[in-house]
Ligand binder design. Structure first.
Ligand code: S3P
Length: 451
C-alpha cells in the first residue's frame, strides 16, 4: 500500500461469545526468509503455508527482480534460486511498501554486491531508522547514499572486496542480526554477530537448514555469538510455514475478553523466542490450553484452546520484550479488560515500529476511556474488567492507525468487548500482514464493519 492509498475506516462492536476452530496464516518472519533464502539458494525450494500478505509479496518481487524464478502451483510456492553470490543487479528500485523486515534483511543480503541497489517504501517505512543496518554495512565497505537521518530512499553499492566484520548488535533486533548475517553470506571469511539479548532465531535456524556453515555459542550470561562462514553453498529446501503467533494474538485476546468465548486456534508456531505473550496472558489468569505440542519443519508448533477469562494486571519485565515485541499493542487491549494495573517495561523499540506504537496505543486507549500512562519506554494500563464505559467516548473518537496494521487490529479487537463501539481510521493496512483477519474474526462471531 502506498502513502496515497485511500483509508478504509472500520468499526468493531460488542459481540456475542466468539466460537470457532480456526487456522492462522503463515508466520511473517519465516515467510520473508523463505522467499529470500529460496531465491538465493541453488535449485528448487518448495513452500507451503506461506503468508500471502503484502509485506511478504514485496519481498518475493524483490527476489524476482534480482534473478529468482518464483511461481505458485496449487497451494505450493516454487522457487528456483540463483545460487549464493549470484544475485543480479535489479533494473529498478526495490519497493518494500510497509515492511521493515523485507527492506532491512534485503539490504543485508544484497549490500555487499558490487552493484547499485535502491530501496524505497511507503510513508511509514520512509520514517523508520535505517542506520541500525547501514552502520554495519558501512563497516564492511558498502557505500551508502541515504536521505537525511539514514532514511529511505537508500542506495547501496558493495565494494570489490568486502571484508567480514565482528558486530555487537547494539539493540535487541532480529532484523539487525539477520542483516549482518545475510551480508556475511557473500563475504569471504567468518562474519561474527554478538547478540547480548536473544531475539527470534529464524535466520540462524533456516540458514543452517539451507546448508550454511553457521554455529551459535551461548555463554553463561545468555550472550550469543553467531559465526557464519561466507561464500558457502546454499541448497533449496522444502518448507512448511507454521501459523504466525503474532497474528494469533488478535483472535486469542478477543476470545479472552469477549465473555463466554471458546476458540481453537490450530498450528501455531511456539518457538520460545516468540511466546512471551502467551506466558504473560497466562500469568494474568488466561485460560489458554496448549494442545498437541509437536515439531514441524524444525520448529515447535501447537494448537491453542482459548476460553474467556477473568484477567488480572501484572508487571511484564523488560527482559521479556524481545519474545513479544509485536504483541504489546494487543496486550494493552487485554490489560484494558483486566482487574488492576498492568505495567509493561523495556518498550523503547516500540517507538520505531510501523508507527510509534507506544504513542499510538496510549492515544487510542485514552480516546476509548482507558486510564493509562505513557512513559519514555514503558506503559501502564489500569483496566476495567467489565468493559463498562470503554469504547469511543465521542463521535470524534477514531483511532489513528498511522499506517500500522497491528494498531488497527488491536483496537478492532477492543471494540468486540467494550460497551461502546471502537472506530479505527483505516483497516486496509491490515493486508500487509493478515489479509484474512476480517474473515476469521467475523467467522468467530465478531461484529466488525468496514465503511
Ligand atoms: C522481525 C523482527 C522484529 C519484529 C518484526 C519482525 C523479523 O523487528 O518486530 O515484526 O522477522 O526479524 P526488530 O528486529 O526491529 O525488533
Amino acid at each position: 500500500m502506498g502513502p496515497s492509498a485511500p483509508l478504509r475506516p472500520a468499526k468493531a462492536s460488542k459481540s456475542p461469545a466468539l466460537k470457532g476452530d480456526i487456522r492462522i496464516p503463515g508466520d511473517k518472519s519465516i515467510s520473508h526468509r523463505s522467499f529470500m533464502f529460496g531465491g538465493l539458494a541453488a535449485g528448487e525450494t518448495r513452500i507451503t503455508g506461506l503468508l500471502e500478505g503484502e509485506d511478504v509479496i514485496n519481498t518475493g518481487k524483490a527476489m524476482q527482480a534480482m534473478g529468482a524464478a518464483i511461481r505458485k502451483e496449487g497451494q505450493v510456492w516454487i522457487i528456483n534460486g540463483v545460487g549464493n553470490g549470484c544475485l543480479l543487479a535489479p533494473v529498478a528500485e526495490l519497493d518494500f511498501g510497509n515492511a521493515g523486515t523485507g527492506c532491512r534483511l534485503t539490504m543485508g543480503l544484497v549490500g555487499p554486491y558490487d552493484f547499485e541497489t535502491t530501496f524505497t517504501g511507503d510513508a511509514s517505512l520512509s520514517r523508520r531508522p535505517m542506520a541500525r543496518v547501514l552502520d554495519p554495512l558501512r563497516l564492511m565497505g558498502v557505500q551508502v547514499k541515504a536521505e537525511d537521518g539514514n532514511r529511505l530512499p537508500v542506495t547501496l553499492r558493495g565494494p570489490r572486496a568486502p571484508a567480514p566484520i565482528s558486530y555487537l548488535v547494539p539493540m535487541a533486533s532480529a532484523q539487525v542480526k539477520s542483516a549482518v548475517l545475510l551480508a556475511g553470506l557473500n563475504i569471504p571469511g567468518i562474519t561474527t554477530v554478538i547478540e547480548p539479548v536473544m531475539t527470534r532465531d529464524h535466520t540462524e535456524k533456516m540458514l543452517k537448514g539451507f546448508g550454511a556453515a553457521l554455529d551459535v555459542e551461548t555463554d553463561a550470561d545468555g550472550v550469543r555469538t553467531i559465526r557464519l562462514e561466507g561464500r558457502g553453498q546454499l541448497v533449496g529446501q522444502t518448507i512448511d510455514v507454521p501459523g504466525d503467533p503474532s497474528s494469533t494474538a488478535f483472535p486469542l485476546v478477543a476470545a479472552l475478553i469477549v465473555p463466554g468465548s471458546d476458540v481453537l486456534i490450530r498450528n501455531v508456531l511456539m518457538n520460545p523466542t516468540r511466546t512471551g505473550l502467551i506466558l504473560t496472558l497466562q500469568e494474568m489468569g488466561a485460560d489458554i490450553e496448549i494442545l498437541d505440542p509437536r515439531q514441524a519443519g524444525g520448529e515447535d508448533v501447537a494448537d491453542l484452546r482459548v476460553r474467556a477469562s477473568e484477567l488480572t494486571g501484572v508487571t511484564v519485565p523488560a527482559e521479556r520484550a524481545p519474545s513479544m515485541i509485536d504483541e504489546y499493542p494487543v496486550l494493552s487491549i487485554a490489560a484494558s479488560f483486566a482487574k488492576g494495573e498492568t505495567v509493561m517495561l523495556g518498550l523503547e523499540e516500540l517507538r520505531v515500529k510501523e508507527s510509534d506504537r507506544l504513542a499510538a496505543v496510549a492515544r487510542g486507549l485514552e480516546i476509548n476511556g482507558v486510564d493509562c500512562t505513557e512513559g519514555e519506554d514503558w506503559l501502564s494500563v489500569r483496566g476495567r474488567p467489565d468493559g463498562k464505559g470503554l469504547g469511543a467516548l465521542s463521535k470524534d473518537a477514531v483511532v489513528a492507525t498511522c499506517l500500522d496494521h497491528r494498531i488497527a487490529m488491536s483496537f478492532l479487537v477492543m471494540g468486540l468487548a467494550s460497551e461502546n463501539p471502537v472506530h479505527v481510521d483505516d483497516c486496509s493496512i491490515i493486508a500487509t500482514s493478515f489479509p484474512e483477519f476480517m474473515t476469521i474474526m467475523s467467522g468467530m462471531g465478531g461484529e466488525i464493519t468496514v465503511s
